[in-house]
Design a protein around this ligand. Structure first.
Ligand SMILES: [Zn+2]
Length: 87
């Protein structure tokens, strides 16, 4: 009788472990599905102060084919001044 109870307990524990794994997998899938939207929030380095700003920042300057993003209008103005100085 004791052996049967032990077997049932072992099966119960095994079943619990398997169902836990499934829950974890589902959670991982959900996390993976949520990632693409985070990747689109790409960060670009402000060439003046070195701060990282979102690529879709409003403060940006297009130089040829390159687009530089800035943390503030001060940095943008400084960058434009440097550009003028080079020419
Ligand atoms: Zn800056």
């Amino acid at each position: 009788m004791f052996k049967i109870l032990l077997t049932i307990a072992a099966i119960y524990i095994l079943f619990k472990l398997i169902s836990n794994d499934r829950k974890k997998k589902k959670a991982q899938e959900k996390a993976a599905a949520g990632q693409p939207s985070q990747i689109s929030d790409e960060m670009v380095k402000d060439p003046i102060c070195g701060a990282y700003v979102p690529k879709n920042s409003d403060i940006r300057v297009k130089v040829g084919e390159k687009v530089e993003c800035f943390c503030s209008y001060d940095c943008r103005d400084q960058y434009l001044k440097q550009l003028k100085g080079k020419e």
